[in-house]
Design a protein around this ligand. Structure first.
Ligand SMILES: [Zn+2]
Length: 132
């Protein structure tokens, strides 16, 4: 009884982002971390969003604001547009993605180039540049 993963990978949640959220597995690639953060937004897993931010940026995250944001928006779809490095043997990576979001009945496209790094062996989100 597994639902499809909210990161729209067409995989069951239990075999996609679920184990990352549960802490029973770690993303091996920057893309996996990115997808798991997208599905964490979809499922309002605020702790996961904070834990997967780089240490230097973690203080920027506001728990209440994140929770509010997760509630206000529906994460409709995710498309990976471009990747650089971010593989199991890399220490850094860049992922450009398109997230389809819906808020107040309006669809919007969030296009972002995110950078990821490995800290103490685990992938974290460093920062992103949003395409206007
Ligand atoms: Zn997933």
């Amino acid at each position: 009884m597994s639902r499809p993963c909210p990161c729209t990978s067409k995989q069951p949640y239990d075999r996609c982002c679920g184990p990352f959220h549960a802490g029973t597995a770690r993303p091996a690639t920057a893309e996996q971390l990115m997808r798991s953060r997208f599905s964490a937004y979809a499922l309002a897993k605020v702790d996961y969003l904070i834990a997967t931010r780089s240490e230097a940026k973690r203080a920027l995250e506001n728990r209440d604001e994140l929770a509010q944001y997760c509630k206000s928006v529906s994460c409709v779809g995710l498309k990976i547009v471009h990747k650089e490095k971010g593989g199991p043997a890399d220490d850094a990576g860049i992922v450009t993605f398109q997230a389809s979001l819906q808020a107040n009945g309006r669809r919007s496209l969030h296009i972002e180039t995110s950078s990821f790094a490995r800290e103490s062996g685990r992938w974290v989100y460093v920062d992103g540049v949003v395409k206007e």
